[in-house]
Design a protein around this ligand. Structure first.
Ligand code: FNR
Length: 195
């Protein structure tokens, strides 16, 4: 069986982003688990806000195709996203929307979501850790008929969550992180075997 390949996608481009910071911790945990992990930045895949007229005129932007192919090159994908007004930020929603519009060779629209495993994490300075955003994202991914693992991480009080070595310092958080990582690897392996 090939080494499991995991893609980590932060849903924020902000300098000093607490979700980019969590994405780094997530990627590190996958590396410790011995899988091949890649972290991308959506800054490298700029996309216009989805517009049906634009799509009809110019087609799906190349960056949406490139992003879809990045997902397609991995067995599992983790979104690490801020919560904006109880939901997900437009940066991430827009990227998902465009990816669902891609047709690539023999692949149908949205096939990339149906054929791999997904996990979700969020970081917030608030008490809920972005858990409402995760509920919204789970609904969206389920609508894409993606396999979204049950384990997730909503990191509360994210500004105070790390030790001096940039590890999650509270047991509940580090357990949730490990639980998510282990489950995503298991499910991704099962889906690879079943393919
Ligand atoms: C927020 N923030 C926020 N936080 C939260 O826990 N629940 C929420 O509903 C919201 N809503 C919200 C809306 C908008 C428009 C902004 C700009 C911010 C705060 C947010 O979690 C905080 O700014 C994070 O630092 C954003 O994540 P990054 O960019 O640091 O990763």
């Amino acid at each position: 069986m090939p080494t499991v390949k995991i893609l980590v996608i932060p849903g924020s481009l902000r300098t000093g982003s607490i979700n980019a910071r969590l994405a780094a911790a997530v990627a590190k945990e996958f590396a410790l688990a011995g899988v091949d992990v890649t972290r991308l930045s959506l800054a490298d895949y700029p996309l216009p806000i989805y517009d049906g007229d634009l799509e009809a005129k110019s087609g799906v932007p190349k960056n949406a195709l490139n992003l879809k192919r990045m997902l397609g090159a991995h067995h599992g994908v983790v979104f690490v996203t801020p919560e904006y007004n109880s939901s997900l930020p437009p940066l991430l929603k827009n990227a998902i929307d465009w990816i669902t519009r891609v047709e690539d060779g023999n692949e149908t629209q949205g096939q990339v979501f149906r054929e791999r495993a997904f996990a979700m994490a969020s970081a917030s300075e608030g008490k809920l850790g972005g858990s409402r955003c995760l509920a919204a994202l789970r609904l969206i991914l389920s609508g894409c008929r993606a396999t979204v693992i049950p384990n997730q991480l909503a990191l509360s009080f994210a500004d105070q969550a790390y030790d001096e070595r940039e590890r999650l310092k509270h047991k509940a958080d580090s357990d949730a992180l490990r639980g998510m990582v282990t489950q995503l690897i298991d499910v991704a392996q099962q889906m690879t075997r079943g393919a």
